[in-house]
Design a protein. Sequence first.
Length: 378
Amino acid sequence: MLDFSRQYQPIRAEIIAAIEQVCDSQHFILGEEVRRFETAAASLCDVAHGIGCASGTDALWLAMAAAAIDPGDAVLTTPFTFFSTVSSILRVGAQPLLADIDPRTYNLDPVSVATALQDRAKSTRVRAILPVHLYGQCADWDKFTQLKQKFDLLLIEDAAQAFGAKWNGRPAGSLGDLAAFSFYPTKNLSAYGDAGLLTTGNDRFADRARILRVHGMRERYFHEVVGWNSRLDTIQAAVLLVKLRYIEGWNRQRQERAKVYADLFSGQGLAEPGPYPDRGVVLPYVDPRGTHVFHQYVIRAPRRDALRTFLVERGIGSEIYYPMPLHLQQCFAGLGYAEGSFPESERAAKEVLALPMFPELTDEEQQRVVAAIAEFLS
Ligand SMILES: *Cc1c(COP(=O)(O)O)cnc(C)c1O
């Protein structure tokens, strides 16, 4: 599914030297590399501010805390995402409201969001929409921008899977009022441990986020607001600074790998138009307005679980992102949703399958994957 060593070997010397330099400087907390990484990453994202923090989960929390999303506020998002998109809303004390996904892109559907905004109880104060750029493809930002204007809302990007993705030529991280990135080791831009980044073009939000990540202190031991300890580790920043030099190339290689998959599936006559699979597989839909960086290559397949077992028996890895939509999770039962609330999310959870995808994947490996799937479907 993933072979990290193929990325590490060619850059090993640079990484070790960067870590060594941090050790020599002995500045492990918010050192020089953190500032340099924040500046370089914000510049690549074409946004004024980058604020490093401990994880993508914390970046989501910081985004909402910086924007003063408080108890009594609600935030609208998707149930078809990683856990922390929703848990971070609860962490600032706000109420998560959910809407269904577009079955082609798996991203939050602006039409469902508009309906949810119209249907909400009058007492519910919706402050923000939190779309996720799932699998490395930006959510429909044209439509979300219209909703932002119509309903006077903030837009927050969960860009954890989308470093380098674009919408109408503009990078993820610069689209919303705030955006959250994760550099968890499996992400397309990844650290050697936990790390995250908040980006924003808003000076006030940036200033607030900078103090929130250090216990609300501007001056040491004088606390302006109740913050938290969520700093980006200097060693992780040093690793990320090295990788930042390669990320565009790696994203391009991912796009090439996606093209190889598409050609192989089409060549075998297995690609179907979708959005649901019949006897073949539905390939990822790429919105022409965006630049998909293929953090994951996700197909829809009939008899998905049997296919996955079949692949395991042939030594081929695959993953399910995500097997259970968040509104059906035990811990979120209190949100008031049930089976049937979001049919597209529930159906996607039963049909999606992520195939091996990383920049160094080879043609031969991809041929093996597609041949095995062809054998299963024959
Ligand atoms: C990985 C991920 C997160 C959380 O990031 P961490 O760094 O693991 O805390 C949040 N949202 C999405 C969509 C993710 O994929």
